[in-house]
Design a protein around this ligand. Structure first.
Ligand code: SF4
Length: 63
């Protein structure tokens, strides 16, 4: 899978980084960035959970 964050939608709430810290991180710009663009299968559940809980639907996943 290939997760991505739409910088125009992200509000920097940190929920994704809290849920899936090996894939998402909040950087000094205050927004979430994908730090692992090809996460291993062990991370897929938390990537999907992060996308589900993102309040602005900023996270998309290419399967
Ligand atoms: S959960 Fe969504 S809005 Fe919140 S930091 Fe992550 S991508 Fe941004």
């Amino acid at each position: 899978m290939k997760p991505s964050v739409d910088a125009n939608l992200c509000i920097g709430c940190e929920l994704c980084a809290d849920t899936c810290p090996e894939v998402f991180e909040i950087r000094s710009d205050g927004y979430s960035h994908v730090i692992d663009e090809d996460p291993p299968e062990s991370q897929w559940d938390c990537v999907r959970e992060a996308a589900d809980i993102c309040p602005t639907e900023a996270i998309t996943i290419e399967e």
